[in-house]
Each structure stands twice: as structure tokens, then as C-alpha cells.
Design a protein around this ligand. Structure first.
Ligand code: PHE
Length: 397
């Protein structure tokens, strides 16, 4: 068991055990065959190819890390079953950053300096991807984030890629949806002020909603880890919005939903991909009925590629994959595809191959990497009803 995996709550024990089994992490291979030998190095010969992953397997965004890991693991197994990459088997080394930025730096540094991984997958949260990306860029190891949507992440440098859309688009999607589909004119915003993703998405929404003729009647903040939002919600109530845009992560959003209803604020919440967790409705319950959020895919609208993934995910994990799981799978598949096209397995060559990815048939849509190393893709809007997500619309870029 890796020292990096810590069990924080009983609910997460099972998920974390699955994670630990899946990742065959440090010290666990028993073979002692020199993971740090030349064969495993970035310019290595014909041994296993080591790929790193960092994510929040524990902490308040634990479902992000665990579900992403599950998707990545399916991609690794599938690729290995089909013969690996260039006849070499892939080995995934996954580390838990506990949802902390300083741990993100530590885990990425460890993956590169100690394990000599040839590429890194992760993180989910933009703030953590940004700091991890700086390490990858400095060491010229390609990083692919499955799901970080803040524009700054890939701007860190030419070794940093993503397979998802970015927040200026996601903000526009929800602003358009609020203005046009729901016909709203007055919306309040409640943002997680130290979270790059939340701030960026709130700004993008605000700009677009205003441009479309709407008014943001109140724009307030909270901090990740807060549990009492009554002061902000009371102020918001007096501003009389028709909806509240809450571009945060699921733990706080669930609590905000419950407390807003308790204060008699009977308006829907609107949000982004950070809502995507089974924990959201566990925490928010009925208070979330009639709320909407944008996301990367809907299992209700599956292409044949998506359906194959959904079937395999259900067979292994007994649940329908979230957008995170689907993006984890896509990020890994795109990386392995690039490695297959690269003439040699080293950082700069894999980087070039990643940059030339065009029209990749992913679970979350058709993926082309643009000049800014971002993916241009549609978003879906989902409605929450009775603890379930209903597909509402697909919005093209
Ligand atoms: N887009 C979020 C971020 O950048 C992360 C996220 C993606 C969370 C998808 C849930 C689902 O921080």
C-alpha cells in the first residue's frame, strides 16, 4: 500500500482499495526487477512503459480522483490486452494528492524523478493541474489533464494538453441556457474564491450573461471547506434572483442547495462540470430538484464508442460512468495513441504526437487538439430530478 494513500472516511475505503489494487503502485510489484532501471526510463528500451497519474483519491473531491482513475485503468487494460504500445506493456503508477496543491507538486515530482514516467495524466481540479503542469513543463514530460477546464492550465507551456473544453465556452453555455432556454434575466453568483476553476467560470458566465441582456444581481464568494453559507444566501435572497449560478465542487454545492431551500430561496441552482459526482445528490437531496449544470457527456446520448465504454465500466464498477470517468479514459487513450504514433518513447516526441491529434473518436466526443493544446468539443446540459441527471441539450462550440 502506498504511503500516499490515506483513508479519510469509511465511505471512501472501498473506492480507495479498488484504487490501490488497480494501480499496483510503488513497492507493490514484488518483482524487484528495477522499475528504476534503464528499461523503464523515459528513453527506455523494450521494457514496460511507465505512465504516471496524480489525483485526489481522498479529501473533499475524492470522487473526482477515484472515477478518473477507474476510466484510466480501463484504457490501460484494454491497450495492454491489445498488445500494449509498440509491443511494450504499459504500467500505470497512480498517486494520491489528497486534493491538495502542495501534494500535487510532490506527487508529480515523484512520478517524474523517482519513477521516470514518460507522461503524466491528471489532475481534475484546475488549481492542482496548474501547479502540476509547471513541474511537467520544466522537466519536459507531457501532461494530459482529462478534465481541467481553466484556460491557464494549458498556457503553462507546450508540454501541457487537455481533452476537454475550456471555461470561457462552458460559461457561455450556461449563460445562453439561462437566458434563452430558461428565459431568465436576473441571476446571482456564488463562487469559490480561491479555486481557479470557480473564479474563471464565474467570470465567463457573468460576462456572457450580461452580453446576452441579463443582469447579475449579486456576486458573492465562499471558500472550499466552508459549511455555513447562510450569510451569503441571505444577502442573495434580498437581491431577488431567479436562479443562483454556483460554479463550485460538489461538496459545497450540495450544502448550498440544502441551505438555500432552508432559507426559503426557492430558485434553481445552475452550475458547471464540478457538480459531477454521485455525492452531489447524496448531500443536496431534493433541494437540487430542478437545477441544471453543464457537463462533458451524457450516458443517455452514447455513440457506439461511448456505449462500449459504458458497458465495460458498468461490468467492472457496477455503476454508470460519470463525465470524469469518460474523460479519464479519453485522456489515457489519446496519450497511448500518440505514443503509438511517436517514433520514439520520449518526452519531446510524445509531445509532438499529442499536438497532432486530429479527429480522435472519444467517449466524450470527437477530439481534435487545437493550437492551444485544448480540445474543441460540445457541452451537454443536464437537469437534476429525483437524484438523477436528465439530458436536456447539447451545445456546440
Ligand atoms: N473542470 C473542473 C476544473 O477545472 C474539474 C471537473 C471536471 C470536475 C469534470 C468535475 C467534472 O476544476
Amino acid at each position: 500500500m502506498s504511503a500516499n494513500i490515506r483513508f479519510k472516511s469509511p465511505v471512501l475505503v472501498l473506492a480507495a482499495v479498488v484504487f490501490a489494487i488497480g494501480c499496483k503502485d510503488r513497492g507493490g510489484d514484488g518483482g524487484g526487477d528495477g522499475r528504476h532501471s534503464k528499461n523503464h526510463g523515459p528513453r527506455g528500451g523494450d521494457g514496460e512503459i511507465l505512465v504516471g497519474e496524480y489525483g485526489s483519491m481522498t479529501g473533499s473531491t475524492a470522487t473526482f480522483g477515484v472515477e478518473t482513475h477507474n476510466g484510466i485503468q480501463i484504457a490501460v487494460d484494454e491497450t495492454n490486452e491489445a498488445g500494449g504500445v509498440k509491443g511494450r506493456k504499459l504500467r500505470l503508477i497512480s498517486l494520491d494528492d489528497q486534493g491538495k496543491s502542495d501534494e500535487a507538486v510532490t506527487t508529480v515530482t515523484r512520478l517524474i524523478d523517482l519513477d521516470h514516467v514518460v507522461a503524466v495524466l491528471g489532475e481534475v481540479a484546475s488549481s492542482r493541474s496548474k501547479v502540476g503542469a509547471r513541474v511537467c513543463q520544466r522537466k519536459r514530460v507531457p501532461m494530459v489533464t482529462p478534465s481541467s477546464t481553466n484556460p491557464e492550465v494549458t498556457k503553462v507551456g507546450d508540454y501541457i494538453f487537455r481533452v476537454c473544453f475550456i471555461d470561457p465556452f462552458q460559461g457561455l453555455v450556461m449563460a445562453k441556457f439561462a437566458r434563452t432556454n430558461l428565459g431568465l434575466t436576473k441571476v446571482a453568483i456564488l463562487r469559490d474564491v480561491r479555486n481557479d476553476y470557480s473564479v474563471g467560470l464565474a467570470d465567463a458566465f457573468k460576462e456572457a450573461f450580461g452580453r446576452l441582456g441579463g443582469t447579475v444581481v449579486s456576486d458573492l464568494s465562499y471558500n472550499e471547506g466552508d459549511t455555513d453559507f447562510s450569510a451569503q444566501l441571505t444577502t442573495i435572497k434580498t437581491a431577488g434572483p431567479q436562479a443562483i449560478f454556483v460554479p463550485g465542487y460538489y461538496t459545497e454545492v450540495g450544502n448550498i442547495a440544502v441551505q438555500s431551500k432552508r432559507l426559503g430561496l426557492d430558485v434553481p441552482l445552475l452550475g458547471g462540470d464540478g457538480w459531477d459526482s454521485p455525492q452531489l445528490v447524496e448531500i443536496g437531496g431534493e433541494a437540487l430538484n430542478g437545477s441544471y449544470f453543464s457537463n462533458h457527456y451524457s450516458a443517455e446520448r452514447a455513440t457506439p464508442t461511448a456505449q462500449r465504454f459504458i458497458d465495460e465500466y458498468r461490468r467492472r464498477y457496477h455503476e454508470t460512468p460519470s463525465g470524469l470517468a469518460a474523460l479519464g479514459y479519453d485522456a489515457a487513450k489519446i496519450l497511448f495513441d500518440a505514443m503509438g504514433r511517436a517514433t520514439t518513447i520520449d518526452g519531446p516526441t510524445i509531445r509532438d504526437a499529442l499536438a497532432s491529434t486530429r479527429g480522435f473518436d472519444g467517449v466524450t466526443g470527437n477530439i481534435t487538439i487545437d493550437a492551444g493544446r485544448n480540445a474543441v468539443k460540445p457541452a451537454v446540459v443536464l437537469k437534476i430530478e429525483g437524484g438523477k441527471y436528465e439530458y436536456v441539450a447539447t451545445i456546440e462550440p
